[in-house]
Design a protein around this ligand. Structure first.
Ligand code: DGT
Ligand code: MG
Ligand code: MG
Ligand code: MG
Ligand code: MG
Length: 269
């Protein structure tokens, strides 16, 4: 087909391919959620419905995209980790970010009524921004995840304290001790894990006992399988696509979570 005289405009499109062989984190964040939370009367400091909705939307994103290894969410944000080997959209940042943002937003709106059955969604409608960052090593990625979870802890401790104090302000002196005791520092440990630790979304296989070699590792190519035939590869792919996507509220700063799930950060996808 002959080129039209207009075709030169395609040269204005700039490449934005992300660095190869690096873990790509796409972090999305609710736009103006301070106002949004007020408008829809989110409970303070944590609204279980709102957080469950975020988790459900994140889960849908993982189901939609096999190349996402794990995701971590707190407040109005979610970080999606693409395996370092991903070749999705030729690793073009704008395509990866816009796809994650729009898929997440679509599900957030689609699932709204499930989590807020008595609160119709009108305007303002929820929207999210997004960015992509590359992390060259597993340590860098682990530190990124730790940074977000520590942030979750600091913010939650602060917010929980803050709202307890607000509540104390409007209370008779006689009630203060009771409130402090029942709702505050002593019982901070009893706060739901989702509020204290945030949410981790990942594909679940069997947990790995230290020193053993199991199917999960084989699927992920950590342990070289005996004569991997093409049909076996296909089977593994299928198995992977059928793996349960779970939402947990676990510590991701320490090693235990990662040691027990070696497929999450393994070299091979
Ligand atoms: P941005 O991200 O620059 O467009 O502005 P915001 O307003 O989204 O600010 P951000 O993302 O730094 O902070 C998240 C806001 O969302 C924060 O004001 C608290 C609110 N938020 C998130 N989760 C909850 C919740 O469960 N309950 C309540 N009441 N508010 C929440
Ligand atoms: Mg923001
Ligand atoms: Mg926000
Ligand atoms: Mg935020
Ligand atoms: Mg297209």
């Amino acid at each position: 087909m002959a080129n039209s005289k207009f075709e030169y405009v395609k040269h204005f499109e700039q490449p934005d391919n992300l660095l190869p062989n690096t873990w790509v984190v796409v972090r999305i964040d609710g736009r103006g959620f301070t106002k949004f939370a007020t408008k829809y009367a989110f409970e303070k400091p944590n609204d279980k419905r709102a957080l469950d909705l975020m988790n459900a939307a994140a889960r849908a994103v993982l189901a939609d995209c096999q190349d996402i290894t794990i995701a971590y969410g707190i407040s109005d944000e979610y970080s999606f980790v693409f395996h370092k080997s991903t070749a999705l959209f030729e690793r073009r940042a704008s395509k990866l970010v816009s796809t994650v943002v729009s898929t997440f937003t679509a599900y957030y709106i689609y699932l709204w009524s499930t989590y807020f059955p008595d609160t119709p969604l009108t305007t303002p409608l929820p929207s999210f921004d997004g960015r992509a960052v590359c992390y060259p090593s597993v340590q860098n990625l682990r530190d990124y995840m730790s940074w977000r979870q520590v942030d979750c802890h600091i913010n939650n401790l602060y917010n929980t304290t803050f709202w307890a104090l607000i509540q104390l302000g409007g209370t008779r002196a006689a009630d203060k001790n009771e409130i402090l005791f029942s709702r505050f520092s002593i019982n901070y440990n009893n706060e739901p894990e989702m509020y204290k630790k945030g949410s981790v979304v990942f594909r679940d296989y069997e947990l790995v006992e230290p020193g053993t070699h199991n199917v999960a590792q084989e699927i992920e190519g950590i342990v070289e399988p005996v004569q991997q035939s093409k049909t076996q590869t296909e089977k593994d792919k299928k198995r992977r696509s059928k793996a349960r996507i779970v939402v947990e509220h676990l510590d991701i700063v320490g090693d235990d979570f990662w040691d027990r799930r070696p497929w999450l950060l393994s070299n091979t996808p």
